[in-house]
Design a protein around this ligand. Structure first.
Ligand SMILES: Cc1cc2nc3c(=O)[nH]c(=O)nc-3n(C[C@H](O)[C@H](O)[C@H](O)COP(=O)(O)OP(=O)(O)OC[C@H]3O[C@@H](n4cnc5c(N)ncnc54)[C@H](O)[C@@H]3O)c2cc1C
Ligand code: FES
Length: 285
């Protein structure tokens, strides 16, 4: 009988990339009625090294597996944090879990947000809805090295005030020196005193130099499309506009072909792309 190995050898000779590791949920907080934030610790005691913009494959045995962005920042010593919106079978099951229970993680996967090479630049973060989840990782990395960057703006739009995530952190970010946080909602609830309108309406309230600004965007496709167009009208270079894409994924490691964007795999070539790259891939809309 030939001997079969169940181990999948990777390019680097590491063991089975498909094998998830058990992680205990050490803390859960509600970000809004649909989204919960989870702090995780691996049961084998080994911390995960990751970069802003990467994602993990999160699974529950017998339920399923899904790609979820890492929202924490390794750079400042955070434990692994993810935030999950109820969307279907797996994410609903994750919402049922309590602190002390476990879920399974493989990864981290994907490329990452470039940020260290932009020291000295002004930074513009534009997020819509749960687009703030992946952006938070690079935001906290840059805030952790605040003095290395110029002026920083955070523009955040959500459908309504209760859809907003990380409300408390938006307030604390606005207190960091030379950081302006502007928030808007599409539909105000009674008592809302802030801006009303889609996130691009906030551009009329700020002035930035397109030659020295880097923009990071994340949100629903329609928001990305109009934000890219607005930034181009304001003479920003497509190379300086960086976004992260959410395609349907299965393996997460460039083997199944589920996540093609043009001729690139979103899971390994992305999920982070510049607007210039998206144009060449025909995926700018
Ligand atoms: C790189 C990446 C990062 C992501 N980060 C996060 C995150 O930080 N937090 C989070 O809550 N979600 C994130 N998602 C989306 C998340 O993976 C899906 O919501 C999840 O797969 C749904 O799984 P489910 O079993 O609960 O739902 P299912 O029962 O599989 O599906 C429910 C519905 O969601 C749709 N759906 C499934 N996958 C996707 C997808 N990738 N994009 C759009 N719609 C989808 C299905 O078509 C269906 O309509 C990310 C996706 C990608 C690709
Ligand atoms: S998810 Fe399988 S190739 Fe990208």
């Amino acid at each position: 009988m030939p001997k079969f190995s169940t181990k999948v050898k990777t390019k680097k000779g590491a063991e089975n990339e498909y094998l998830p590791r058990a992680a205990e949920i050490t803390k859960i907080r509600d970000l809004n009625p649909e989204v919960k934030h989870y702090t995780l610790k691996f049961k084998d005691g080994k911390a995960l090294e990751y970069k802003p913009g990467q994602f993990v494959q999160v699974s529950l045995f017998g339920v399923g597996e899904a790609p979820i962005s890492i929202t924490s920042t390794f750079e400042r010593g955070d434990d692994l944090e993810i935030a999950v919106r109820k969307a279907g079978s797996l994410t609903n099951a994750i919402h049922e879990l309590k602190e002390g229970e476990e879920l399974f993680i493989r990864g981290p996967y994907g490329n990452s947000f470039p940020w260290q090479e932009y020291k000295g630049k002004d930074i513009l973060f534009v997020a819509g809805g749960i687009g703030l989840l992946p952006l938070r990782s690079v935001m906290n990395a840059i805030f952790h090295h605040r003095k290395d960057y110029g002026k920083i703006w955070v523009l955040y739009g959500s459908k309504c005030p209760t859809d907003c995530v990380y409300s408390d952190e938006l307030v604390s970010w606005s207190k960091i020196e030379d950081v302006s946080v502007l928030q808007t909602v599409d539909s105000p609830a009674s008592g809302w005193k802030g801006n009303v309108g889609v996130v691009t309406t906030l551009f009329s309230k700020i002035e930035f130099d397109p030659d020295k600004t880097i923009a990071y965007l994340c949100g629903p496709p329609i928001m990305i499309k109009f934000t890219n167009l607005t930034l181009e009208e304001k003479k920003m270079r497509p190379d300086d506009i960086i976004t992260t894409m959410e395609m349907h994924m299965k393996c997460g490691i460039g083997k199944c072909g589920h996540c093609l964007i043009g001729h690139k795999y979103c899971c390994t070539d992305g999920p982070v792309f510049t607007y210039a790259q998206l144009k060449t891939l025909g995926a700018e809309e």
